[in-house]
Design a protein around this ligand. Structure first.
Ligand SMILES: [Zn+2]
Ligand SMILES: [Zn+2]
Length: 172
C-alpha cells in the first residue's frame, strides 16, 4: 500500500481514509511471525496551514518461540501514530519516514517499522514462565517428576562423579 503524500499536499482537499491493506509476510521480521494480516486504518487530512496530518492505526498479533521454554508465545499490540507533514517536512523527510524521492509514502514499510519498534525483541509465553527442566528438557510448567530429584543430585555433579570414578579405575 502506497500513498502519494506530495500530491496530497497539493490536491488533498478532502480527507483520505482507507483500511490498511498491507502484505507484510515478505518482510524480515526479527524472530517472530505475523499471526494474520494486520488490521487498521490509514488517514491523511490537510490542516489549515496546508500540512498533512497523517494518522496510522494498526492492530497486529505475532507469535514466536518463548525465550525460556520455546513454546509458542503470542504478542498482540495496537499502535496509534500521527505525523504532521508539510512541504518542508516532506523535502527534509524530517520524521525519517519511508518516503521515496517522488514523495510517495510506503505504508507497508511504515507499518513494518512501527511494529518492530513496538514489539519486544524477546517474547515470553507468560511473564512467569519457568523455562525448561534442566534434567528432562520439558517445560517446567508442564510438570515433570525430575524436580524433586534435581535438588539432591544435579545432573552435572552426577557426571562429575562418574568421571572421577572412571579416572580412579584407570589409575589402578
Ligand atoms: Zn515459556
Ligand atoms: Zn524434568
Amino acid at each position: 500500500m502506497r500513498f502519494d503524500l506530495k500530491q496530497f499536499l497539493r490536491t488533498g482537499r478532502v480527507p483520505y481514509e482507507a483500511p490498511l491493506e498491507c502484505d507484510l509476510a515478505g518482510f524480515d521480521w526479527p524472530g517472530y511471525t505475523l499471526e494474520k494480516p494486520v488490521e487498521g486504518s490509514f488517514r491523511a487530512e490537510l490542516d489549515p496551514d496546508g500540512r498533512a496530518e497523517v494518522k496510522l492505526a494498526v492492530r497486529a498479533s505475532v507469535t514466536a518461540p518463548c525465550a525460556r521454554c520455546l513454546e509458542d508465545a503470542c504478542y498482540a499490540c495496537e499502535i496509534l501514530r500521527s505525523w504532521t507533514i508539510g512541504p518542508k517536512e516532506l523535502a527534509d523527510n524530517e520524521w525519517e519516514l519511508p518516503i521515496g524521492d517522488t514523495g510517495v509514502l510506503d505504508v507497508d514499510e511504515l507499518v513494518f517499522q512501527e511494529l518492530v519498534l513496538e514489539i519486544p525483541p524477546v517474547l515470553l509465553c507468560s511473564p512467569d514462565c519457568q523455562g525448561l527442566c534442566p534434567v528432562c528438557g520439558r517445560p517446567k510448567a508442564a510438570g515433570c517428576s525430575c524436580c524433586a530429584q534435581e535438588a539432591e543430585t544435579p545432573a552435572a555433579n552426577q557426571g562429575l562423579a562418574i568421571l572421577k570414578q572412571l579416572l580412579s579405575e584407570d589409575s589402578h
